[in-house]
Design a protein around this ligand. Structure first.
Ligand code: ADP
Length: 485
């Protein structure tokens, strides 16, 4: 079946950035249009008002033909009713695109300019308010009418008109230019985003390359170079590196385990081979055969114990999840175990117990039984003739349930005590060949303690053989209420 290749982050970042850029540019563009449009409109209205208002002072009425006007000969004079009107030569008939004209209230233009005078012929004057007038479908005008006041002027109006067209054209030009630049800027923006995304994700590609080189080449010594990487990716790279550390460690541990295991198996195997060859070399007496077979059986048992312990250890190491924890009555478990094991008749050792009542923990009964059994087994193995073993269960102020296995046997020399939890480590007593074992018992106990988030420690006096040993398995107490049942 064909696998779907997941989408590219670079592409997604670029698309999103492009989308945001387009939205921003459209927004800016419309804001610009709106703001510049309203500024334009405000300016034009201002011009219209000021032109018309200024013009109201520029007209005077004289009652009789013979009445003298001002001395300014440039002023315009128009006959009006029984007298005449004098229009100052400063009359602003066209300024800032505003065109003004003087009208009588019946709509006849007396003086000035109005390019839409014909269209507006029938329009009545509207006092003191700017209003819009459409002279053609695409030609909008602002109109402002103002009635004159003063002697003889009561029937006159000034009408100012201005069109937005020329300014609008300018605005359109600006917008048209912007329309050309917007896509160019957009394209530049998208290319920029793509380059930034690529640049930002470059370390990811570097990490991916190194990781696949490590996994394909199986060179577990290599690590991802973390210098110059940004913080988020630095965390990712260090997480990968610590994963490789752990992988390398487990790989080395596995290799070490295999080599230790084969080394441990080689000794009994060599003895078996040597005994067999010796027995078959020439005819032997029945006693000699019996002796050879006993040696072979002892070594076989040793191998059997070793293999069983190795299997147990590997199961715990690889599949701790196969041993789920649940709330259990630790008091009952330790009590039952101490009772059972006190029946062992070995070296005339007496096992006694001091068990606190109602101790409950989160634990796996199979594993805990296994751990405590190992510790008690050792106490018997390394205990002295007619000695004593004490199994004690108590609670500490730190909410730990401590199981002490105390013997008065050979004790552990201080230089050995740091190694006894190492796999396949066996103390001097083994080397002297006195005690059978695999060297895995305490490693298994340590694993079990770890699975229970607890600890195991050993205490022994400085002088081996004098005060015996104490092993303390410490497990956190369960939060659930202690049952008195
Ligand atoms: P094994 O007992 O099979 O040798 P263990 O892992 O159980 O392996 O123990 C490792 C070593 O710790 C033993 O070889 C022994 O030297 C030492 N040891 C363990 N328990 C005791 C004990 N109760 N007293 C003295 N030494 C002990």
């Amino acid at each position: 079946m064909k696998k779907n290749r997941p989408g590219s982050i670079t592409l997604r970042i670029t698309l999103w950035s492009a989308l945001i850029l387009i939205a921003l540019e459209l927004l800016t563009f419309h804001m610009f249009r709106f703001v510049s449009g309203s500024i334009l409109e405000k300016t034009v209205r201002g011009y219209l008002l000021s032109s018309v208002n200024e013009n109201t002072d520029k007209i005077k009425f004289y009652n009789a033909d013979n009445e003298e006007g001002s001395e300014d000969t440039d002023n315009m004079r128009i006959r009006y009713r029984s007298g005449w009107l004098e229009i100052d030569d400063d009359f602003l008939d066209e300024i800032n695109d505003v065109q003004s004209a003087l009208y009588t209230s019946d709509g006849s233009m007396l003086y000035g300019k109005n390019p839409i005078a014909r269209q507006m012929e029938d329009e009545t004057f509207i006092s003191s308010r700017i209003y819009k007038y459409k002279s053609a479908p695409d030609s909008n005008w602002y109109v402002y009418d103002r009635k004159l006041s003063g002697q003889g002027l009561g029937d006159l109006w000034i009408r100012g008109v201005v069109t937005l067209s020329s300014e609008e054209m300018q605005l359109h030009d600006i917008i048209r230019t912007a329309m050309f630049f917007v896509p160019v800027l957009l394209l530049a923006g998208i290319i920029g985003c793509w380059m930034i995304a690529r640049q930002a994700l470059y370390p990811v590609r570097r990490i991916e390359k190194t990781v696949s080189e490590i996994t394909q080449g199986k060179d577990l010594n290599r690590r991802i170079e973390v210098t110059g990487i940004d913080r988020e990716l630095y965390d990712l790279a260090t997480a990968f590196n610590s994963m490789f550390d752990r992988l390398e460690h487990s790989f080395e541990t596995e290799q070490q385990f295999t080599s230790d295991a084969s080394h441990e198996l080689r000794t009994p195997m060599a003895v078996i081979m040597a005994q067999t060859e010796l027995a078959l070399e020439k005819p032997r007496t029945q006693d000699q055969y019996r002796q050879a077979l006993e040696v072979i059986r002892r070594q076989g048992r040793q191998m059997n114990t070793l293999i069983a312990s190795m299997l147990d250890y590997t199961r715990l190491e690889l599949r701790p999840e196969n041993y789920p924890l649940s709330d259990l009555d630790y008091t009952e478990l330790v009590n039952a175990l101490a009772d059972d094991m006190s029946l062992i008749k070995y070296k005339n050792i007496v096992l006694s117990a001091q068990i606190a009542e109602g101790v409950r923990i989160q634990g796996n009964d199979f594993l805990l039984e296994r751990a405590i059994r190992n510790l008690i087994d050792n106490a018997y193995k390394y205990g002295k003739e007619n000695g004593n073993i004490l199994v004690k269960l108590c609670l500490t102020s730190e909410n730990m349930a401590e199981c002490h296995i105390i013997d008065d046997g050979s004790g552990i020399p201080q230089d050995e005590i740091d190694h006894i939890f190492d796999r396949f480590y066996r103390g001097a007593s083994y080397k002297s060949g006195r005690v059978p074992g695999s060297g895995l018992g305490l490693s298994i106990v340590l694993k079990i303690a770890e699975i229970h988030k607890g600890t195991i420690r050993a205490e022994s006096s400085d002088k081996a053989g004098e005060s015996g040993s104490t092993f303390i398995l410490s497990i956190p107490v369960s939060n659930s209420p202690i049952s008195n049942a």
